[in-house]
Design a protein around this ligand. Structure first.
Ligand SMILES: Cc1cc2nc3c(=O)[nH]c(=O)nc-3n(C[C@H](O)[C@H](O)[C@H](O)COP(=O)(O)O)c2cc1C
Length: 426
């Protein structure tokens, strides 16, 4: 079979657009499990490979609404697992604020509950506000990545601590476990000390998938070593292709093949039957954006307070960004290319938090995705609907059939675990 486009859904109940919830009829929250389940079932109707649930460890009413009020990801996806059958379930958890034992156990649980569909989006937590909730100070970018490398190693060891066949359950002999197949991990490193094992048997996938989204130098090194799927932030096909080739080349160093890692740039599609209809939808969305909210989000992304600056003037010097290297690079490079004002830049963040917005007729959207896919810029896309439900349904009903007709997208799910479906090595 020819190479197929992969689709992940970046799930935020109020939509990726900062004001998506204000459209009449749109879902306006991220805590109602029946609404969330309906979105996930819609993703399954669209044969999506993966649902991705982000997370943050602070509550800031000035941030995106779905960042400040949301369900805890593992809890939420355990509920979703009971009402879906095929779609992968990716939950975010931090390697800076958390511990490997609890995390390994939680994701092994989700993998058992979902029949082999769990994925861990491993994040270093960029927002310094989190530190105050854990009685500590925020480590700098380099240190967060050092911690992350060790954290992931420990989690993988813990997932591997139970061999296949360790659960015997033989009523005749009264043997429940084969203790010889359950191993301590005895990890002692600079950041973590964990004896192991975990009190849950080997996950159905062997180990749940690891997702990663940091695009800085240490972020890419980490991905090349550990990640199965990488989410990227990009505003330009050339830059995306450069990143794609660079990251795939790094895999070799770690004894991995190019096909062992799936790269999904983020995209917010705004689709209409005609380009004019799509543009009108986006303009309507943007009309809801107010300066204060958008500048709040922009300040968070650049870790610099931008409130009070002249919106129609040039973009001020944003200094060194210790929070989001890849976001800053993608946004500032577009800003420079297009000679943007601060207002243009905040519109970019308001629309999809710095991700690429693709607005057009279904044909135009399908053509562009195909072009990216076939020119070595992507293995698929992390789709970020601006609002639910029709901001998502339009994509499923109008764009996916075109890609299916062109033989670029599957027409049914394959059987097996998420790992099997994505063709990733055991
Ligand atoms: C698509 C995407 C999703 C992300 N989701 C989360 C998230 O849910 N929680 C989080 O703390 N960081 C999230 N991040 C941030 C990254 O994990 C990473 O910390 C950030 O991009 C900074 O990394 P860098 O400096 O290596 O680019 C996400 C990034 C991207 C591109």
């Amino acid at each position: 079979m020819s190479r197929q486009i992969r689709f992940g859904l970046f799930l935020l109940g109020t939509g990726s657009h900062i004001s998506g919830w204000r459209l009449p009829g749109a879902i306006d929250g991220f805590e109602d499990i029946s609404e969330i389940t309906a979105i996930c079932q819609e993703a399954e109707r669209g044969l999506f490979d993966l649902i991705f649930m982000g997370d943050n460890l602070n509550a800031d009413p000035a941030a995106h609404p779905s960042y400040c009020s949301r369900l805890e990801p593992l809890t939420m996806l355990s509920a979703v697992a009971m009402n879906t059958r095929h779609v992968g379930l990716g939950a975010t958890a931090s390697t800076t604020y958390g511990d490997p034992w609890t995390l390994a156990r939680g994701f092994a649980s989700l993998d058992h509950i979902s029949g082999g569909r769990a994925a861990w989006n491993s994040v270093t937590t960029s927002n310094p506000q989190a530190a105050a909730n854990f009685g500590t100070t925020h480590p700098d970018h380099a240190r967060r990545y050092e911690m992350s490398g060790e954290f992931i190693e420990v989690v993988k060891k813990l997932w591997g601590a139970w061999d296949e066949g360790a659960l015997v359950k033989d009523p005749e002999s009264g043997t429940y476990f084969d203790a010889g197949k359950i191993h301590a991990v005895d990890h002692e490193g600079p950041f973590f000390k964990v004896k192991g094992p975990v009190n849950i048997s080997r996950p159905p996938q062997g180990r749940p998938l690891i997702l990663q989204a940091g695009g800085s130098e240490p972020g890419q090194e980490l991905a090349a070593k550990h990640a199965d799927v990488v989410f990227t932030v990009t505003q330009d096909r050339g830059e995306a292709a450069e990143f794609y080739a660079g990251l795939k080349a790094r895999l070799q160093k770690n004894g991995r093949r190019e096909s062992d890692l799936v790269i999904l740039p983020g995209v917010m599609p705004v689709v209409g039957h005609t380009e004019a209809e799509a543009r009108a939808k986006l303009a309507r969305l943007m009309s809801f954006v107010d300066d204060e909210t958008a500048l709040g989000m922009l300040s968070e992304r650049f870790n610099t307070d931008l409130r009070g600056h002249n919106l129609d003037g040039p973009i001020p010097d944003l200094g060194k960004n210790d929070a989001y290297h890849a976001f800053a690079k993608a946004m500032l490079s577009k800003a420079k290319r297009e000679n943007m004002t601060l207002r243009d830049l905040y519109s970019l963040v308001a629309a999809a938090r710095g991700h690429w917005v693709l607005c057009g007729s279904a044909e135009q959207v399908a053509d562009t995705l195909q072009e990216w896919f076939e020119s070595g810029a992507a293995d698929g896309f992390n789709v970020m609907p601006g609002w639910f439900m029709d901001g998502f349904t339009d994509f499923i009903d109008l764009v996916l059939p075109i890609l299916q007709e062109r033989g670029l997208y599957k027409t049914a799910y394959a059987e097996g675990t998420l790992r099997d479906k994505l063709g990733l090595p055991a």
